[in-house]
Ligand binder design. Structure first.
Ligand code: NAD
Length: 331
């Protein structure tokens, strides 16, 4: 359930939301919180990186509809839509490598088509952007005023530049057509259901639970500020509920080095996995921590789940998933 940190007016003015990427990690939590708040949800996904199992628990809930579609093509949704949340996009380095053109297109054509949908229906629009638009930041912590330090042709550029384009397109649609637009600059999120491939926390959790070495890319001194996914989803919906039209950082300010993160996860999992160092990822940011002053001021939003608790919940989920796929395994 959404708590009262989302300010008055909240989501009760909306009846029916489109969530693109609703069959993915963050989108499945957003869809669930919307249903909990009494909205109908049309989840639009092509399952290029998500999976139907992520929304299995939502399929039979009243008001939930799945529309399998690729949002890089124009699509129509049922009448009565008053909120469009555009979350569809690959979101990890291996996926950018596997789906480079698709990543660029979902941020460009996908943003365009979803903005057109919001315009046609007179709906409020929220874009899921990313802290990656700050690149390898030269300002710390990162506030919304910072313009970023992005390599336009690096390993992450298909994602970073698509999201920068998406932000520009969203702001342009707001100013030219008067569409009510919001932009969530989401920082690293984690939690149950996150795939291990290419994502630092879920990767460490899977390795720790399986007794495999925890593989740190680079020297481990780089920092992240992981945000528990339920907090991220609440933040996205707080932006939806507001009338705020500019980008807002959604993230946790509890900054930790990758090395310390590996140690914490190993401890929570009760694992004796060794720690291994492998080559650094190209253009891996050295520091990542949001300034969330604006989110507190404009939305009354801030994260509620401390890192230690979020990690425990993520590890518990991974242990359960491992037991159910490998009955008899001891973890
Ligand atoms: P995810 O891969 O789990 O979910 C994305 C979903 O979008 C998937 O279900 C995928 O199948 C769907 N999708 C991709 N291309 C599509 C297309 N063309 N048409 C229809 N559906 C399509 O990723 P996630 O971690 O849940 O990320 C969700 C959003 O949040 C993304 O926009 C991402 O950029 C943003 N974000 C996530 C994080 C994070 O830490 N997870 C951080 C910053 C921003």
């Amino acid at each position: 359930m959404l708590d009262n940190s989302i300010r008055d007016g909240s989501l009760s003015r909306f009846r029916r939301a489109v969530v693109t990427g609703g069959g993915g990690f963050v989108g499945s939590y957003v869809a669930e919180q919307l249903l909990d708040s009494g909205l109908d949800v049309i989840c639009v996904d092509n399952f290029s990186t998500g999976h139907p199992s992520y929304i299995e628990h939502l399929r039979d809930r009243p008001g939930f509809t799945l529309l399998e579609a690729d949002v890089t093509e124009e699509f129509e949704a049922p009448e009565g839509i008053d909120l469009v949340l555009h979350l569809a996009s690959p979101a990890s380095i291996p996926e950018f490598a596997r789906l480079p053109i698709e990543t660029m297109l979902v941020g460009s054509a996908g943003t365009y088509h979803t903005l057109r949908l919001a315009h046609r229906h007179g709906a409020r629009y929220v874009l899921a952007s990313t802290s990656e638009i700050y690149g390898d930041p030269q300002q710390h912590p990162q506030s919304e005023q910072y313009w970023g330090n992005v390599n336009p042709i690096g390993a992450r550029s298909v994602y970073d530049e698509a999201k920068r384009y998406a932000e520009a397109m969203t702001v342009a649609y707001g100013s030219k057509f008067g569409v009510s637009v919001g932009i969530a600059r989401i920082f690293n999120s984690y939690g149950p259901r996150m795939r291990p491939d290419g994502r630092v926390i879920s990767g460490f959790v899977a390795q720790a639970v399986a007794g495999l070495p925890l593989r740190i890319h680079g020297d481990g001194a780089q920092t992240r500020s992981p945000c528990f996914v339920e907090d991220t989803a609440r933040g996205i919906l707080a932006i939806a509920a507001s009338d705020y039209q500019r980008p807002i950082n959604i993230g946790n300010t509890e900054e930790v080095t990758i090395h310390d993160l590996a140690l914490m996860i190993r401890k929570v999992a009760g694992s004796s996995s060794p720690i291994e160092y492998v080559a650094a990822d190209e253009d891996d940011p050295r520091q990542r921590c949001p300034d969330i002053t604006l989110a507190k001021q404009e939305l009354g939003w801030e994260p509620q789940v401390p890192l230690a608790e979020g990690l425990r919940r993520t590890v518990d989920d991974a242990v359960q998933a491992r037991r159910s796929t490998n009955p008899g395994v001891s973890t």
